[in-house]
Design a protein. Sequence first.
Length: 94
Amino acid sequence: MVMKNETRAYFNLWSEDEAGRGCEEVGSALLAFLDNSDFGGNLIAWSDSCCGQNKNFFIICLWQYLVAKHRFDVIDHKFPELGHSYLDSDRHFA
């Protein structure tokens, strides 16, 4: 269970023989995670600038859906500055 004042990072992992890595899979993973958590209020989501996975119309619609259903008041989707990635995955595998 996630506590309201906790600050942690979470990762959803799956192999490519289970599912692809497009926007539908990423959106489904996000929605499944959020449905099983007690997050509310404001959400800050960090992701890379991959158009096929998380910088596209499908994910924007997911955020709008969650706000329209009053799951969140505000969703702030942030992307690192180009060429200066601060995401853990990029630091570890660069």
